[in-house]
Design a protein around this ligand. Structure first.
Ligand SMILES: *Cc1c(COP(=O)(O)O)cnc(C)c1O
Length: 393
């Protein structure tokens, strides 16, 4: 067998289905106005919901963190890579999550992907455990459930009734319900109050992946748990820090026993080099902004931009799943058509990503518009006008 020809046939098959993905190289920081491959664009792609990725105070804190702690951590957390900056960040994050948990402790991870692998791998380590996974969960939760020794059952999107029936029918010793809080490609919210009530009734864990809620939802930006005003010892919270927090990494907040189990047993925590301490130091500045008046102002501005976009967008043929968040999908359907529309926008200097399978279901390729507090009302008006015009052409 010709090994390269075998690979090439796989790549050709992707191309034939308009599924080849291409990267663009940004020459400037993540912001609405970027220079990308040498070209000025107005971007609606990032998950930098509060505009903190290039915020001067966060960038200055990153620089200061490098001066204080150097460039790299040098080792995993359990060997010698755990720095004062990591410890301070974990204390701040635990305090942040404390109103919603019992005996809260937080653990910082290099990425949200790894945090999800860690939580499901550690809580779902035994064969007498069952993971109940929401149908539209993020790939990292799907992979975490695959790595766990526990069984996996998928429940339909947003369907607490179906989950109730599955929980009642299960004889697993330990039950874990896991869901995104804000669905990353649709922008809608999971019915967390209903899910938590079910979990408490059945003595199950509720693992909430708040990648798109942390920093954005709730009066103080504490995320989906604050938004829904939830508090329970059954909650295991995953927040990511590369989206609204603008830096990178993630954290798990839960009862201190859960976090201690992760420290002792979670392989994606133990067997990897600790993230550079400067990132943790920069995140302290992000948290100051998120919790403070500036964070509230940024969230209010983002809400106004979201309302403006929904009002101004007049498309009929393309579908618009009702999303209350800054994730505003426009479902076009066919892969090549979604790519064609994204290319037309790009010609006009607008950068909106076309999202295709397997990230979304076949036949639901879409433009994923994301808004940021760094956008202006003029930016949003320009995008809505361009989309309205393109649908008719
Ligand atoms: C982005 C994302 C992750 C992964 O987080 P990273 O820090 O980017 O690895 C996990 N879950 C959801 C829902 C996400 O959108």
């Amino acid at each position: 067998m010709d090994l390269i020809a075998d690979i090439q046939s796989k790549l050709d098959a992707l191309d034939a289905h308009s599924l080849t993905r291409r990267r663009r190289s940004a020459d400037t920081p993540c912001a609405p106005r970027q220079v990308v491959d040498g070209r000025a664009l107005l971007a609606f792609c990032s998950n930098d919901y509060l505009g903190l990725a290039a915020h001067p105070r966060v960038v200055a804190a990153l620089r200061e963190g490098a001066d204080l702690y150097g460039a790299g951590s040098g080792a995993s957390h359990l060997v010698s890579g755990h720095s004062r900056a990591h410890a301070l960040l974990e204390e701040r994050l635990a305090a942040f999550a404390a109103p919603h948990l019992e005996r809260a402790r937080a653990l910082y991870f290099c990425t949200g992907y790894m945090a999800n692998l860690a939580v499901l791998g550690a809580l779902g380590a035994d064969a007498d455990t069952m993971i109940f996974s929401e149908a539209l969960n993020h790939a990292s939760l799907i992979d975490g459930a695959r790595l766990a020794r526990a069984g996996v059952t998928v429940y339909p999107h947003g369907d607490a009734g179906a989950l109730a029936a599955q929980l009642a029918a299960s004889s697993a010793r330990v039950k874990i319900v896991v869901t995104d809080s804000v669905f990353s490609m649709d922008g809608d919210l999971a019915p967390l109050p209903d899910l938590l009530a079910l979990c408490e009734r059945h003595g199950a864990w509720l693992v909430v992946d708040d990648a798109h809620g942390f920093g954005v939802l709730g009066k103080h930006g504490r995320g989906a748990l604050e938004h829904f005003n939830l508090r329970s010892p059954n909650l295991v919270y995953v927040g990511t820090l590369g989206k609204a927090a603008g830096v990178g990494g993630a954290f798990v907040a839960a009862h201190e026993a859960v976090v201690e189990l992760l420290v002792q047993r979670a392989r994606p925590y133990i067997y990897t080099t600790a993230a550079p301490p400067a990132l943790a130091h920069a995140l302290l500045a992000s948290l100051d902004i998120i919790e403070g008046d500036e964070g509230q102002e940024r969230r209010a501005h983002l809400e106004r931009l979201t309302a403006q976009f929904k009002e101004a967008l007049r498309v009929q043929r393309w579908q618009r799943p009702p999303s209350p968040t800054a994730i505003q999908p426009i479902v076009i359907g066919a892969n090549d058509e979604a790519l064609r529309v994204a290319a037309r926008l790009h010609e006009q200097g607008l950068w909106v990503p076309a999202i295709r399978p397997p990230t979304v279901a076949a036949g639901t390729a879409r433009l994923r518009v994301t808004l940021s507090a760094a956008h202006t009302h003029d930016d949003v008006a320009q995008l809505a006008a361009a989309l309205n015009h393109l649908e008719r052409s």
